[in-house]
Design a protein around this ligand. Sequence first.
Ligand SMILES: [Zn+2]
Length: 151
Amino acid sequence: MFKKSGTPTENGKFFAAAKNYKEGKRKPAKIKVYRKIRPGVWVDMGFYNLLDAYKRSEGKREVFKFLLQPTFEGIEEGADYEDLLHNRTIPGEIQREVYERDKGKCVECGSQENLHFDHILPFSKGGSSKTSSNIQLLCAKHNLQKGAKLV
Ligand SMILES: [Zn+2]
């Protein structure tokens, strides 16, 4: 949970946030979740609330487990939950289409490392995940830069 310097690791921070939430000391931490779909390529799964965390021993290793719940804050009320869940996830065929169209490279700089599928118009602002024209490939750096501008 802690590095040798005594500062918490990412897992350690998540663990503490989940414990504080369970003890009523804070709201659930919001975590942006990425799913690895092939080496160096990540899909943005949106924001999740961190509800619980525990450690489990697997052989000699201690493994962190986190309980996450999708969060739809910023999305209009009255929308159907399951439909939102489906909409936010970029379907496999769209991922492939975008990957081929952008030639497996960041559209800003041509990097082929740590690529993310980016919603051109953010999902939270009504952008669709179901049309490849709203999805582009960005490297981690450009994905983060864009995120910072939109927040
Ligand atoms: Zn880039």
